[in-house]
Each structure stands twice: as C-alpha cells, then as structure tokens.
Design a protein around this ligand. Sequence first.
Ligand code: MRU
Length: 344
Amino acid sequence: MTNKPAGVQALHWTGHSLKVLDQRQLPEKIFYDEYTDAQGVTEAIATMRVRGAPAIGIAAAYGVVLSSYQHYSQSVDNWRQHVLADIELLAESRPTAVNLFWALNQVKDILDKQKTDPRTAILACAEKIHTDDIAANYKMGELGADILANAKGILTHCNTGALATGGYGTALGVIRSVYARNPVKIYAGETRPWLQGVRLTVWELAQDEIPVTLIADSAAAWLMKSGVIDWVIVGADRIALNGDVANKIGTYSLAVLAKQHGVKVMVVAPTSTIDGSMKSGAEIEIEQRQQSELLPACYKDNAFVSAWNPVFDVTPAELITAIVTERGVVLNPVEGGVGGLIKS
Ligand code: MRU
C-alpha cells in the first residue's frame, strides 16, 4: 500500500474475515464486528454499520471475497452460482451509492473470466479497489486544496472521511489537506437524522487535532449570512453525467442557501461515483429509510403521526462550483457535465 489510510479504519481485511467498525456506536464506543460471509456484510451495509459510498463499495467487494472462500471450499463444482447469488444479495443492501454497484461489477468481471479457483483473483480485485480508493482520496485532497488556497471558512455535511472511504476521505480529505497548508476555519453540520456530522465528522477531525465547530443543520443559513464561510464542501453518492449530484439529505438545501449568500459549492468524489448510465439526477433512486430513524419512540404506535425519511437528495449541477475527482477538476459542471472524466 503506497498511501497510508489516515484516521480510524472503517474496514479491516484480516486474511480470512472482514472486520467492520460499527459506526452506529460511534463516538461512544469503538467496536468491530467480524464477518465471514456475504450475508453478514450485506447486513452490515443495510444497517449502516459501514456507510459512505466508497466504503460501501469496498465492503461489498470483500463480501464477494468471503463468498468465494465459503462456496469454493464447500463445492468446487457449484461455487459460481452461489457467488453470483451473493453478488445479487449485496447489490440489494442500499440503492443510492453507485460505488456499491461499480465495485460489484468490477468483481463480477473478474469472476466471468475465472474458470478455475476464483479466490486469489477476487481478493486481488477487492484489495485493488481498496488501495485505489485511498490513492484517489490523497489525489483529490491535493487538487481540492489547490482550489481552496485562499479559503477562510468551510462548511461540510455528513461524514466523508476515513470512516466513509478506504481511508483519508473525499470532502474531508480535501479539508485535511487544506488545513495542513492553511489553518482554515471548519464547520460541520450535525446531519440529521442519523447525525453523521456530529458523531463521525467532528470525532474524526478531533482525533486528528483539527479544530472544528459544530452547527445545527438549521443554523447553516445564518452561518452563511454572517460571512465566515466561503465554501461548502461535500461528498457524493452518485453523480449523473450532467453533473447533478446525489448526496446526503440536506446537501441540496445547503447549495440553495450557498447561492443566496455567494458561497461556493465543491463536490469531492472519486470517478467510481460517476454513473455513466444516468444522464441526469432525475434518474437517481433516492433511498427512503425507516420512519423509526426519524420518529421519536413515543410516536411508534400513534396512528396520526408518520415520518418521511429520504436519506439523500439531488443537487442540480447549476448550483455546483466545482467537482473534484482523482482524474481532475470540473469547474462549473453545468456547462459540460462530467462525462469527460470517465471516457477511457
Ligand atoms: O447514508 P450515508 O451515511 O451512507 O451517506 C453518506 C453520504 O451521503 C456521503 O456524503 C457520501 O457517501 C460520500 S462519502 C465519501
């Protein structure tokens, strides 16, 4: 591994199992679950023990490794159909982050070519997805920091750090890189209802001794009005060819507010987050999660109260100043989209 993953590790491949940091328990408790089959990894993704688009993709790839270990050792004749069934299962864990499907397709391509024992080739593929993601994060960190040379204040949303990626982070990687050059003021939104901002981002930055100020999501407009930030920096779960970006619910609100206040918006994501099959954000499936993630328990059986809980939204390209990927930066994506970055 050329680039060391920075920060706490969301995923740890042991050689025979996948250890997953249970992010639902952070920051109170650091606890790793250990998985030896694809069903377990599917459950870990669906229940958000592991979350964040790149980390979900990496976990799924290791899930296929575990599947190949399990099924090849159980049945040398029949392993392929079982592994393909596990790939289908993993693909159903969460719908919005395209990195999940991108990673599963990479592994499936290897599988299609593999006539004999697939285990070594699939493991090599999963490890490459993991190390490539870390390298992409470092590259994006530098490219993003170049743009932010004169930034005075940054607001970020959700968690896009080491916990959400192979290590280092996308938007949070840029923040790490820019802070190393220039101690810019950093604000993190709490990111209701799952609280990725307060529980994960604030914790990650504090561990790195990078000062951060938490705000309630509803304080964002007032923060912008005060003039202390000049950039909103976020990650992405899926980017359509026209530059529309699906990301954590609340990103669209921030982009609308940013326009009103003359604040710029940067999206940081590896090219594995670009969905070459989607022309615009209107095609992106937005995950709806359980009402219980939003509704206080006292309303559980109340027939008059329900909750609407979409966990992502789509920010139109016209509200985005720059999309930073490991292959380069697209300024004003509304003008030509991002298709140029994924042409081989
Ligand atoms: O529901 P989550 O926590 O998986 O959502 C995560 C986000 O929306 C992140 O901003 C995105 O996945 C990019 S992470 C580098």
